[in-house]
Ligand binder design. Structure first.
Ligand code: DI6
Ligand code: FE
Length: 411
């Protein structure tokens, strides 16, 4: 990797003597190429396949890197995070370990509202500074694309601040950031218990303003008894449609409010969590092409016992992505590698499902499959190069990072 500093965007670059897990849809399993090479020009893959079959013209004059037999996967994609937040809730964690209930924690000023208070008090610069170490932890494990939600601002000014901070993170580091507006996340204190009035504010004022400023790539909501009812989420989704933004949903995490069907009805990119989703929900998602985003970190951290219906998703052909759900309350997790291990160990996903879940399927869940997520000609050269004997090791280990190098858009 010595020649990296000399490279320029317009130059032809080559990674050779590598083993590839292309994750291409057309291939079986992980799309393994044993003696592989990847050629890149202007930040795009122009060839990925057997080194012996590569057109000779592609290697002429190329700046070549000998990968010494290492594995290359697509750069990892974390398609569901609340990474931009202020402070943390370790105190709440400690209280719960000491036996406090959620209500007691909430009464002591804990819960989601404490994160809202902290975010409102933080400047945009502080938010960026506090969020960078979390982003860096993801990047250190080969992440090249990350989705970041708002939802701790809960008024126009603070939601915009949160989304601007997310966009800025993409300028601070070599990583693709996609932002999601999650105004319907929780009820802020000033709403005084009036969920309908707050949803009106989100749908009629905050969302259109955020969309007009180009601050959001998608719209999300939290459909749950402790958050918002399906009819309320539907009003937010109608506003998203009017603004031309795709939707996704926190659905059926703690109870079955038929969030999966709601997401499907709106043609959502994904429905996420899904622990309490039933067969009708899985069938509706399959029919609509709405994906499942599996979030084992939150399941683990809140010690949930009901698992998402993975078998039903497979039977109905619902595609599955896997993500950290990084957030201060229910998933303070910044390792996509550990998340894969959890998805396999806790939910029984196969190695191929885990790897696809953080690459190809995560790209699909963000509407980015045309740009990234697999090692195929035409895509952005987002690569992760690993010191492993086989890709299964990426899922198998816990708390070990075998990343050798990470390439984002060819650099
Ligand atoms: N589901 C969750 O698990 C988190 N948000 C959501 O919609 C919780 C976020 C928090 O407690 O801060
Ligand atoms: Fe979440």
């Amino acid at each position: 990797m010595a020649a990296q500093s000399k490279s320029r965007a317009g130059e032809l670059r080559l990674w050779r003597n590598a083993r590839l897990a292309t994750m291409a849809e057309s291939s079986a399993g992980s799309g393994v190429v044993e003696h592989g090479a990847i050629a890149v020009r202007n930040g795009r893959i122009i060839y990925a396949g057997p080194e012996a079959d590569m057109p000779a013209a592609l290697s002429k004059g190329a700046e070549a890197t000998d990968c010494e037999g290492r594995w290359i996967t697509p750069g990892l994609i974390d398609c569901h995070t609340h990474l931009v937040h202020a402070g943390n809730r370790a105190n709440e964690f400690e209280m719960r370990l000491a036996g406090a209930t959620y209500e007691e924690v909430a009464k002591a000023g804990g819960g989601i509202v404490s994160s809202v208070t902290a975010l409102r008090a933080a400047s945009e610069d502080e938010l960026v500074a506090q969020s960078l170490p979390r982003l860096d932890a993801l990047i250190a494990e080969g992440v090249t694309t990350v989705e970041i939600k708002s939802g701790y601002g809960l008024d126009l000014e603070n939601e915009k601040k949160s989304l601007r901070a997310s966009r800025r993170l993409g300028g601070e580091r070599p990583v693709t950031v996609r932002t999601t507006f999650l105004g319907a996340h929780a009820l802020p204190p000033e709403a005084k218990g009036d969920k309908d009035a707050f949803i009106d504010l989100v749908a009629n004022e905050i969302l259109p303003a955020v969309a007009a400023d180009g601050l959001a790539d998608a719209v999300d909501g939290f459909c749950e008894g402790i958050a918002f009812w399906p009819e309320q989420i539907a009003r937010v989704f109608d506003a998203a449609k009017a603004a031309g933004l795709p939707v996704k949903l926190h659905a059926d995490q703690l109870s079955n409010l038929h969030g999966a069907e709601l997401a499907a009805r709106y043609g959502a990119l994904s429905a996420d969590h899904l622990e309490y989703t039933d067969e009708a929900g899985a069938a509706a998602m399959a029919k609509a092409g709405t994906m499942a985003t599996i979030l084992p970190g939150a399941y683990y951290f809140i010690r949930e016992t009901k698992k998402p219906p993975i078998t039903l998703f497979r039977q109905h052909g619902v595609r599955m992505a896997v993500a950290t759900d990084n957030n201060p309350g229910t998933s303070p997790l910044t390792s996509l590698l550990l998340t894969m291990n959890m998805a396999a160990t806790l939910f029984g996903l196969t190695v191929d499902e885990c790897l696809a879940g953080v690459t190809r399927e995560a790209a699909r869940a963000l509407g980015l499959l045309g740009q990234t997520g697999t090692l195929e000609a035409g895509k952005s050269a987002d690569l992760a190069i690993w010191n492993v004997e086989r890709p299964a090791e990426l899922v198998y280990r816990m708390g070990f990072n075998p990343l050798h190098a990470r390439i984002w858009r060819g650099q």
